[in-house]
Design a protein around this ligand. Structure first.
Ligand SMILES: Cc1cc2nc3c(=O)[nH]c(=O)nc-3n(C[C@H](O)[C@H](O)[C@H](O)COP(=O)(O)O)c2cc1C
Length: 178
């Protein structure tokens, strides 16, 4: 019998695009890794992210009610791992990891200078679900590096997918449906 019960069922829904979540409150800017993001409504430009309440980012996010999602490439895996395994409550990740930021376009939260694209978001609603909170937010501005994005990601962008635990992947084969 090849099927075995799976304890962490969410891992059956991975790989998921891995992102940098940037938050800012007053002068404090923080970055964490985030894989639990999803589109919700194209017309209304709504997306959702799920953030654990113990994360320092959660504290900044609930105060500022805005955030930026930045899309890293495979080249940034080590930075993704660093910001995803340390907390802004203990260290200044921007200084510690030499992260270069650029001013926001429509909101005051900045984005990473070296990323494939970014989405500036304003929180519309939050739903507490156990230890995570689902933030539903409106994308007020989004941009992508045109060398790597033309209506969809090009394979050459090498976006980063989280498989689970310490495992990551990128686009191997890109096929067009007919
Ligand atoms: C690849 C990866 C994906 C992650 N995805 C999420 C996520 O979707 N939601 C979440 O709350 N934490 C997620 N984390 C964990 C946070 O990034 C981690 O707890 C981080 O230390 C929080 O930083 P902060 O305390 O500075 O906010 C992820 C970590 C990694 C490495």
């Amino acid at each position: 019998m090849p099927f075995k019960p799976v304890r962490r069922a969410y891992r059956l829904l991975h790989p998921k695009l891995t992102l940098f979540l940037v938050t800012k409150w007053k002068e404090k800017v923080n970055v964490m890794a985030l894989a639990w993001a999803m589109p919700i409504d194209d017309e209304a430009n709504l997306i959702g992210i799920s953030v654990h309440e113990d994360n320092y980012s959660y504290k900044l996010l609930t105060k500022s009610k805005e955030f930026v999602l930045c899309v890293p490439s495979m080249k940034q895996l080590s930075l993704v791992w660093k910001v995803g395994t340390t907390t802004g409550a203990d260290i200044d990740k921007i200084k510690e990891f030499g992260i270069k930021l650029e001013d926001g376009v429509k909101i005051s939260t900045p984005h990473l200078k070296n990323c494939l694209g970014f989405l500036e978001c304003e929180v519309e609603k939050s739903i507490k679900t156990g230890e995570h909170t689902l933030f539903i937010a409106r994308v007020v501005y989004a941009a992508a590096d045109s060398r790597y994005f033309d209506k969809v990601w090009k394979a050459s962008a090498k976006p980063l997918f989280h498989i689970g635990s310490r495992y990551f992947a990128t686009i191997g084969e890109l096929k067009e449906a007919r």
